[in-house]
Design a protein around this ligand. Structure first.
Ligand code: CAA
Length: 262
């Protein structure tokens, strides 16, 4: 991957088959400012276009995944500026457009835009130190990066309403019980576990992984009958891939499959 951009708010590491993006503004608890979001908007599509990258881990520090959008940066914004800059939408949605699976590895605070950024990812792994909240209401605004839409879909209306209307913060265990995170791991094992998931994804047939991701996302955007139809057609289409033949032949021959991504 050739990234002309010099990264100032992110640390990018490459490993065999996957990449790790670390949000890196520790002094501001990884508050998501426009520079960081511009960098994320450049890095994510570049990784997504790289055929050697089969999974992306997005993580923060031990203390904060991200404590939300940068309040100091946006405090004086006017309505007209927010509209004309296309505030939030312009540079916040790269993760949602990424076709490669993205794993959020969350330790510490995931607040406001931090919680929303994690929810844009495909899998959320939480350290036992993780804390989730949508505290925007205390600042005089509703959530603005998908919180009012993705949180109810993840945890149901009652819990989402309480979190969004009262800014109640929940811990990792409650987040797991509510279905916001896929599982909780000890904080000192978080990156190791995220890398194990990424390595597992990298060993799987990439076309099938992308198709499956598309289908699960469709469940959030289409009526059931349409989603089922899309699933059925995609399932049928997968039989046209070499990896389907290899996967099923390897099973019958009792050997490990060698997937080609075709
Ligand atoms: N924006 C800008 N700076 C932030 C920040 C944010 N969201 N969160 C923390 N910081 C900064 C603090 O201002 C402080 O900087 P200084 O040392 O220069 O004063 C530094 O990070 C450390 O923070 P604290 O001293 O406050 O640390 P703490 O441990 O006492 O408290 C905290 C931690 C509870 C997370 C507290 O920092 C906090 O409440 N942060 C704000 C959380 C928030 O409201 N997030 C929502 C933002 S709005 C949003 O995200 C909109 C959207 O939907 C997109």
């Amino acid at each position: 991957m050739d990234l002309a951009l010099e990264l100032t708010c992110l640390i990018l590491e490459r490993e065999e088959g996957f990449a790790v993006i670390r949000l890196n503004r520790p002094a501001a608890l990884n508050a998501l400012n426009s520079t960081m979001m511009d960098e994320l908007s450049a890095v994510i599509p570049a990784l997504d276009a790289d055929p050697a990258v089969h999974a992306i881990i997005l993580t923060g520090s031990d203390k904060a995944f991200a404590a939300g959008a940068d309040i100091k940066e946006m405090a004086s914004k006017t309505f007209a500026e927010a509209v004309s800059e296309d505030f939030i939408t312009r540079n916040w949605e790269a993760v949602t457009r990424c076709r490669t699976p993205v794993i959020a590895a969350v330790a510490g605070y995931a607040l406001g835009g931090g919680c929303e950024l994690a929810m844009m990812c495909d899998i959320i792994l939480a350290a036992d130190t993780a804390r989730f909240s949508q505290p925007e209401i205390t600042l005089g605004i509703p959530p603005g990066a998908g919180g009012t839409q993705r949180l109810p879909r993840a945890v149901g209306k009652a819990k989402a309403m309480e979190m969004i209307l009262t800014a109640r913060m929940i811990g990792a265990e409650e987040a797991e019980r509510a279905g916001l995170v896929s599982r909780v791991v000890p904080a000192d094992k978080l990156i190791e576990e995220a890398k194990a998931v990424a390595a597992k994804l990298a060993a799987l047939p990439p076309v099938a992984v992308q198709l499956a991701k598309e289908l699960v996302n469709a469940a959030y955007e289409t009526p059931l009958a349409q989603g089922i139809k899309q699933e059925r057609r995609t399932f049928h289409a997968a039989f046209a891939t070499e990896d389907q033949k290899e996967g099923m032949t390897a099973f019958t021959e009792k050997r490990k499959p060698a997937f080609l991504g075709k």
